[in-house]
Design a protein around this ligand. Structure first.
Ligand code: SIN
Length: 539
């Protein structure tokens, strides 16, 4: 059983601070939303680590938005819907493709330097399932780092934003179905209550659910778990994207090799040196991500190998070093020279399409609680996210959230309220439990799933949840409980969806079933599980 609150404190005994808007998370969604909100409100921005520590920081490929004369919102919309495999919300995608270009201009105004060519035009690259070159990038393949640099510099200069680094939000606090703030743990374990008119979850994704992931350590699904405990609706949790090309080399961490490498011409070869993607999809290496990832797994199984190769050796040294300085430099540390060597790669968990369900203004089912970026499920990604749409989604919906927050009446002062203690929570051997969970997820809730495996995983997770019964107050224990909570949501939805679509593949139901499954699975702590037909019905 998942408790409403994961710690047992009496708020009336805690120090309390008040702000207009509290934003949790310091990736693009958190930084941008905080900056926009600071134009009319006092903002508190809370990060688990420093301002530079977010998933955004590691984004390589870029940000997708229509800027070229030859491109159009209609084409961007079509590509997004096709990748989303019938489960995108047409309205949400329409918002994304039409508002993305304006928001991109704001990122530039905030100081982000995207790469330009010699004529001063933005360089545009392509990634899987994009019909056009429409992805802007920075420093070749360091787009996220550049965005974080620009936005965090601006944030630090903004008096209306108070930044709390190395602070962990334990839970969002609700009163009669309305969010009234957050319970925060400081770097020395001290607790306090931040009371706020609006609360924005921008906590990123859940990559740490898996043993192999492109996400940093902080991606522990905190926002999804907190929102679930607070009564919000959690949607589409079975759709998890594995990035096809992640470095797989002895001694090296699983480092993302951006899809833009394939966009610039790289091909995939199996262990025998054969190019194989033409067997799987007409778009070959630039097919939608789920298809490329599963094709790689099939080739790995067929040839009994733990990896395949990414080969860009036919392109010029100049192009490789200019476009991919980060990837080039990283591989070189391990003796792999992209100019001359094929790079060993395999898929790893990258992005979760599901999350906290929001409306078109980022508002969740819990009043005054908003979700932005990977933690949210706005309907933009459907069953499979189009590459580089996530950075644009964060700014488009961050902007809309702030417009909605402007209209909110101020919160009445919150009476001191006591949490009901449902159960004491701490992890025994937290680290071991986290690895055990990550292995379970990889084995049974990974790229290929089936009923027997999913049931086994669910039973194991329930046993692990029952272990939360001892007494210390530690961030790692809270993170583990958040991961376990979200793992059960993903596993339950995967068991229910008896078909294959996008980032959810069932070997016992390998086909897409539009008759029965053009639907979303929505879970909530109070309402259990329900299904909702996707009415947009467009692909
Ligand atoms: C990549 O650079 O391949 C990742 C981009 C994305 O996931 O959108």
């Amino acid at each position: 059983m998942i408790p409403r609150y994961i710690t047992d404190v009496d708020l009336s005994q805690l120090p309390r601070v008040r702000t207009d808007v509290v934003v949790i998370g310091v990736g693009i969604a958190g930084l941008y939303t905080a900056l926009q909100a600071s134009e009319f409100a006092q903002v508190m921005l809370i990060g688990k680590k420093g301002l530079d520590d977010s998933n955004t920081r590691w984004a390589q490929g870029g940000i997708a938005a229509v800027t070229a004369q030859t491109d159009s919102p209609a084409l961007h919309l079509k590509d997004t819907l096709v990748a989303g495999a019938g489960l995108c919300s047409y309205e949400a995608v329409d918002v994304l493709v039409h508002e993305g270009p304006e928001r991109l201009k704001e990122l530039i105004e905030y100081g982000t330097n995207f790469d330009k060519d010699e004529q001063g035009q933005y360089e545009l690259t392509k990634e899987g399932a994009h019909s056009q070159r429409r992805i802007l990038h920075a420093h070749g393949d360091a787009t996220g780092a550049e965005i974080v640099r620009a936005l965090s510099e601006r944030t630090r200069q903004t008096d209306q934003i108070t930044v709390l680094e190395n602070h962990f939000v334990i839970d969002v606090v609700t009163r009669q179905g309305e969010c009234v703030g957050v319970l925060v743990m400081g770097p020395d374990g001290e607790l306090f209550f931040v009371e706020s008119t609006a609360t924005v979850l921008a906590t990123g994704g859940a990559g740490q659910l898996y043993r192999y992931t492109t996400n940093p350590d902080i991606a522990t699904a905190d926002g999804i778990a907190m929102a679930y405990r607070a009564g919000a609706d959690i949607k589409d949790m079975e759709f998890i994207q594995f990035h096809p090309t992640v470095l797989h080399f002895p001694g090296a961490p699983r480092f993302l090799i951006t899809e833009a490498v394939r966009g610039e011409g790289a091909i995939l070869r199996n262990i025998d040196g054969e190019r194989f993607m033409e067997k799987y999809h007409p778009q070959k290496e630039l097919a939608p991500r789920d298809i490329v990832a599963r094709a790689i797994i099939s080739e790995m199984e067929r040839t009994n190998s733990a990896y395949v190769y990414l080969d860009i050796t036919h392109e010029s040294e100049e192009l490789i070093k200019h476009r991919f300085p980060t990837v080039y430099g990283f591989c070189l540390q391990y003796g792999l020279d992209m100019v001359t060597d094929w790079i060993p790669v395999s898929p790893a968990c990258h992005y979760i399409m599901g999350g906290v369900q929001t409306d078109l203004h980022g508002e969740t089912a819990t009043k005054r609680l908003f979700a932005c970026g990977e933690v949210s499920c706005t309907g933009v990604h459907g069953a499979n996210r189009l590459a580089s749409n996530s950075l644009s989604e964060a700014v488009v919906f961050g902007h809309r959230i702030v417009q909605r927050i402007k209209e909110l009446p101020p919160l009445e002062a919150v009476r001191p309220l006591a949490f009901v203690r449902e159960r004491k929570m701490t992890a025994i051997q937290t680290r071991e439990q986290r690895i055990r969970l990550q292995k379970l997820m990889l084995r049974y809730v990974g790229l290929k799933r089936n009923e027997a495996g999913l049931k086994k995983a669910m039973a194991e997770m329930e046993k692990m949840l029952a272990l939360f019964d001892c007494q210390s107050r530690e961030k790692e224990a809270y993170e583990l409980l958040n991961l376990l909570t979200v793992a059960t949501l993903a596993t339950r939805a995967s068991l229910l969806r008896t078909e294959s679509r996008g980032g959810h593949y069932r070997s016992d139901f390998p086909d897409k079933d539009d008759v029965n499954w053009r639907k979303h699975i929505i879970q909530s702590i109070d309402g259990g599980v329900r299904e909702e037909v996707e009415l947009s019905n467009v692909e």
